[in-house]
Design a protein around this ligand. Sequence first.
Ligand code: 13P
Length: 250
Amino acid sequence: MARIKMVAGNWKMNKTLQEGVALATELKNDVKNPNCAVVIGTPFIHLATVAELLKDSAIKVAAENCADKEKGAYTGEVSAAMVASTGAEYCILGHSERRAYYHEDYAVLAEKVKLALANNLKVIFCIGEVKEEREAGKQNEVVKAQLEGSVFNLTAEEWKNITLAYEPVWAIGTGLTATPEQAQEIHAYIRSLVAEKYDAQVADDTTILYGGSCNEKNAAELFSCPDIDGGLIGGAALVAEKFEAIIAAR
Ligand code: 13P
């Protein structure tokens, strides 16, 4: 079984509901027979509408987060069950912005992953080092600790619903893309960690996306690397034309 190739968008905190519906409609009309899985991550408030809109399309919908608690008195939080009830099929977890600005640590992320999987959501789990860590040559250590801290407790069966996204923090929104060589090297390392933890077959079946200033200009070169199975796209996912060009490059 060849592993799934994927282009996923992460809208982050962009687009009003109306703007989001307009973008999703454009994508629905244009993306009919993609060569890869296509997912868009939208704000919670858009999920139900966008999932309904894309129901019979080639595009799947992701939440950008979920709560680390099942339900109850957690004002303002959105549970994995609520996400699933909108028709969304994926949940992005572990994004560096959640780790940095909302202090999501390994244990909280492990809870979120567990709850997302328990509610039949597939998880796009993000890992990646900050600039200082890259400069100190610690990127391998960092991604290993992130995997061990939050997802390597999963069974091989549960792992089937995990997609990894390597996103070097220094490349996110900065225009500084990792070179294909840098990205390939760490993707291969990440795959070797999965092989060590599970086995070679599981590692071979694991989809590993690259994220961080991936755009319509550099996507083809990044995607040509053997261990880069697609992209998790921020800024360029907000413009239909650019996102579609990235899908076409996969
Ligand atoms: P940019 O593509 O805007 O750099 O963002 C990447 C990202 O964080 C996707 O999750």
